[in-house]
Design a protein around this ligand. Sequence first.
Ligand code: SF4
Length: 485
Amino acid sequence: MVASARPATGNPSLEFDANLVRKLIQLGPRYTSYPTADSFSDAFGYRDYLQTVVGLRTRGGMRPLSLYVHIPFCESVCHYCSCNKVVTRDRSKAATYLSYLKHEIEMQGNLFAGMNQIEKLHIGGGTPTYLNDAQMGELMAHLRRHFRFASDFDGEYAIEVDPRTVTVERVHALRKQGFNRISIGVQDFDPDVQQAVNRIQSEQDTLNIIRAAREACFRSVSIDLIYGLPKQNVITMAQTLNKVINASPDRIAVYNYVHRPNMFKPQRRIAEDDLPSLDARLNMFSLCIKRLTDAGYVYIGMDHFAKPSDDLAIAQRQGRLHRNFQGYSSHAEHHLVAFGVSGISAVAASYSENAKTLDEYYERIEQNELPIVTGVKLSMDDLLRRIIIQMLMCNFELSIDSIELAYPITFKTYFAAELEKLRELEDNGLVTVDEEWISVTPKGRLLIRNVCMVFDRYLNTACEAKTGGASAKIETQPLRYTKKI
Ligand code: SF4
C-alpha cells in the first residue's frame, strides 16, 4: 500500500446532504476489488493461477495469507437476496460439498506449502452455520492441517451467523473451534418487514445470540442491517436501531437494498408497492447516520460503522484500513485464497474466480484441478488504479506525491481526463483537489463511489466507446466490460 504522508487526523466526519445524494446517487461498484468481478474473463484459468503462485515462490518474501470459505446453502430464501446460494433442506448436500471443499483445501495447501501462514479467515455464505457442529469442526481441522494459523491473539477468524440456525450452545462451540469474530444477520426487527422478506427471526433469539457471543468472548460482534426493504419506514427503522444500539455490537453495517428483480429471482416475490420511496429511504439512511453517530459509533466508509475501540476504527485512525471482498479490513494487503463455489482469490497481481454452480465446481475438482473458471491478470495500470481507489475508499484522501513516488508517472498528465472529471465533482462539493492532495469532503463521503468511478478505466472506457470518445492512454491489457453491479 502506498503510504500517506499526511498524518492521520482521526475518524472522518460525515455530512448528509439529501439534495446532493438525491442528485448524484447512482448504481456503481462497491470496489471490493479493482477491476471488479464483472471484468474477469475465461481467458484466465487454472494454469494462469498456478503460474502466479509459482511466481510468488520464485520472488520469495511471502506475506501471510487470508482465507475465505464459501458455504452456499440456506434453508429458506430471503426475498431480498442477491447472494450466490443453494436453497435446500436436504442436509446430505452439505456433506457432499464438504468432501469436495476438503479436496480443494488440500490442493491449495500443497501449492502454498512452506508459505502458508494464516492471519485472517472468513467463512461466509449462504449460511455457514448450515454446516452442523461436527462438520464445522471437520472443516476447521482440515484447514489447520494444511495451513499454519496465527494465534487467537494475532489472527482474525470470522464467521457469518444466521441467528435462525444457531443456539447459544452453538455460539460457544464456534468460539472453541477458533472463531474470534462473529457477524450476525439481523436486517430488521419489525415483524411486518420480516414477513415481507420471508425472514422471520425472533428478536429474543437474535438478542440471545448476541449475548452468547459476548459471553463466549468473541473479540468483535458485528450486526448487519438493511434499509429500503418492503414495509420499512423511519419509525420501524428507529425501533430497530434502538434495539441494535442497546445490544451494543462493535460494528454495524447498514446496507442499502437495491431492487433488481430482473437479475435476482427471489426479489420478484417482493411487492413493489411495499417498497419505500427514494425520499423515505434517504430519511432512513439519514436517521441511521444520526442515531449511530450519536451513540458513539464512527463512520468507517460505505455502509460501515464501528465503535472507536474496534480494530476497524483504530486502523482507520492510523491510516492502515484496507478493503477486500469481505468489505473493510484492519489487516494489511494479504494474498487472499478463496475456497468453495463462486469464491474469488486475490493472489499477487491476479484475481481468480471459482465455478459458480455446484455441478461445475464438483466436475473441476474431480479432474484434480482447482475450480477456477474466470479471472484477470492485473496490468500496471490496473494496479495503479487499484491503489488509488483503495486509498480513496479507506482514507477519503489521496496523496498525489505518494503515487508519483511509487509509480513512474506524472499524475497530472497520466490522469488529465480524470482530474477534469473530478472538477465537476468539486463543483458539486464532493471533493477538493490541489497540487498535492485529492480530498473527499464530509458530504462527499457518502458518495465515495462516484469519486472512485472517475478512476475506473473499465467503466470509463466503456462510456468512451459508447460515445465514440478517444481510447485509453496506455494499452496494457485488453479491456472487457459488462454492466457494473
Ligand atoms: S440473504 Fe443470506 S440467508 Fe437469506 S437466502 Fe440469501 S444467502 Fe441465504
